[in-house]
Write a protein that binds this ligand. Structure first.
Ligand SMILES: [Zn+2]
Length: 122
């Protein structure tokens, strides 16, 4: 369990991944950083390119017509990423917004970051 002041506690995952389309990957490949979009970047602990991951991470789509699983980035700074449920509990965003978001996908596999996170460029 890692604790950062003013942030939710963070259990250690095996790995945290940012799935994205070609558009999303362009900026990340430039400087190796995933930046928040509208306040958050979205991550998951699901690292296999499967239908389950696709369903679970529905929220990571920024372009509805794109294949959001073309690129997978692995967080090099996982300490900056928080479990969605913990983030909601501590940050207390609009409950209606949370309900709408959680009506799709698998929120237990969602992780978020509110600051830029470096990724491993393989
Ligand atoms: Zn796209």
């Amino acid at each position: 369990m890692t604790r950062v002041k003013g942030r939710p506690p963070r259990p250690e995952p095996a790995g945290l991944f940012h799935w994205t389309c070609h558009h999303g990957a362009k900026g990340i490949l430039l400087d190796g950083v995933v930046r928040p979009n509208l306040g958050l970047s979205w991550w998951t602990d699901l690292g296999s390119r499967t239908a389950q991951t696709r369903r679970a991470t529905v929220l990571t789509s920024n372009h509805i017509t794109c294949d959001r699983m073309v690129h997978k980035f692995t967080a090099a700074e996982p300490d900056l990423i928080f479990r969605w449920r913990d983030w909601v509990r501590v940050m207390q965003p609009d409950p209606q917004w949370v309900t709408v978001l959680e009506s799709n996908g698998a929120p237990d596999h969602w992780w978020v970051a509110d600051q830029p996170v470096a990724v491993r460029l393989l």
